[in-house]
Design a protein around this ligand. Structure first.
Ligand code: SF4
Ligand code: SF4
Length: 349
């Protein structure tokens, strides 16, 4: 029997949804959404679930992850119920639901908690630098080690257990019987979506958003590889130095376009930015831009007299690695890809 949570509407509003109760079930959004078909009334079904507070149906649903927020449903809704923004809010709510630590929910719902967490990490970086007598070489060595350990720790302690919880909610708890071979065969779907982001193409009539999205994903992953594995700040290889410059320029230029779009509210998906949306694009921009400046200062032999710049970069990096990647919007990249994988598995089963 479906579990009804009468407080669900109040709860989901804390994640950014608003006005969805105005829905009078006309079906315009379903007629508009390219993800709708005979079997799935997209996104109207989730609007109804939310209005009725059908929490267990929502937590077992993959639909919020399949939506890439083209915003067409919101544009055509006669009641201004903003179904596109509701889908975005449900993604935030699901992120909090999957997160075993509970920190995602706190960061999404309470701005003072988010500000405190960011200030605390900045203070931790400054105290660490103080404990090392502001010795640039030691701090930069730590920064490089931190990147490697942060990736391993965040994946093993936070993200893998959270993916297991997602699996529990969408496959195991609803008692969907899946053969082991189905999981193996579905892996192709997982990697295809992770590295092509091709779901965006099915939703957005503007192909440029898909392309920019894809370049940002590759720019981010390759800059991560260049700094962590190829030691961009420590290398003397001209090829690696130029590679890092190129990757960081691509990344901060494209993320700047995203930040500008959110300021201008130039698309439906930019109209209702939440703090988590701002933090994601601004921190990605700052990370790439400050990394670019640090490498310039290294090349000009200015970094030793400008430790503040590296400390600024390290602070952004630490906040990105311990707050935004495990608990913020970064996780959407992972959950979207796994949603496509689980969806394929469910269909096959
Ligand atoms: S278009 Fe608006 S009012 Fe109509 S079903 Fe969709 S959300 Fe409800
Ligand atoms: S934002 Fe686009 S993909 Fe998402 S539910 Fe609305 S119309 Fe469909």
């Amino acid at each position: 029997m479906a579990k009804v949570n009468p407080e669900f509407a109040t709860e989901i509003k804390k994640y950014g949804a608003h006005d969805f109760n105005a829905c009078f079930n006309c079906g315009n959004c379903t007629a508009t959404c390219s993800l709708s078909d005979n079997t799935n009334s997209f996104p109207r079904k989730l609007v109804r679930y939310s209005v009725l507070g059908l929490e267990s149906e929502i937590e077992a649903s993959l639909d919020p992850w399949l939506c890439y927020y083209c915003g067409e449903c919101s544009t055509t809704c006669p009641r201004e119920a903003n179904p596109g923004e509701l889908m975005m809010s449900l993604r935030r709510w699901l992120t909090a639901k999957y997160d075993w630590t509970g920190l995602s929910g706190l960061l999404y719902k309470y701005l003072p908690f988010t500000i405190s967490a960011f200030l605390a990490t900045a203070l931790a970086v400054i105290l660490f630098a103080f404990s090392k007598s502001f010795e640039i070489e030691t701090i930069m060595h730590f920064g490089h080690q931190f990147e490697m350990w942060a990736i391993i720790s965040v994946f093993t302690i936070i993200l893998i257990p959270n993916l297991a919880r997602m699996w529990w909610f969408v496959i195991l708890k609803p008692k969907i019987k899946v053969k082991f071979l189905t999981y193996v065969k579905g892996m192709q779907e997982l990697f295809t979506h992770m590295f092509t982001q091709k779901r965006t193409l099915g939703c957005d009539d503007s192909q440029s958003r898909w392309l920019i999205h894809l370049i940002i994903v590759f720019g981010y992953l390759s800059l991560l590889f260049t700094t962590v594995v190829l030691d961009w700040f420590g290398t003397s290889s001209l090829f690696i130095i130029l590679l890092g410059y190129a990757e960081s320029i691509v990344l901060f230029t494209l993320t700047f376009i995203f930040v500008r779009g959110r300021i201008k509210k130039n698309k439906e998906l930019n109209k209702f930015s939440q703090p988590s949306d701002w933090l994601f694009v601004i921190w990605l921009f700052l990370m790439a831009f400050s990394a670019f400046l640090v490498r310039i200062f290294i090349d000009l032999d200015l970094i030793e007299t400008n430790l503040w710049l590296y400390l600024f970069h390290l602070t952004i990096l630490v906040q990105w690695a311990v707050l935004i990647v495990p608990f913020g919007k970064w996780t959407h990249f992972l959950y979207r890809s796994f949603a496509m994988y689980f969806e394929k598995i469910k269909q096959t089963a």
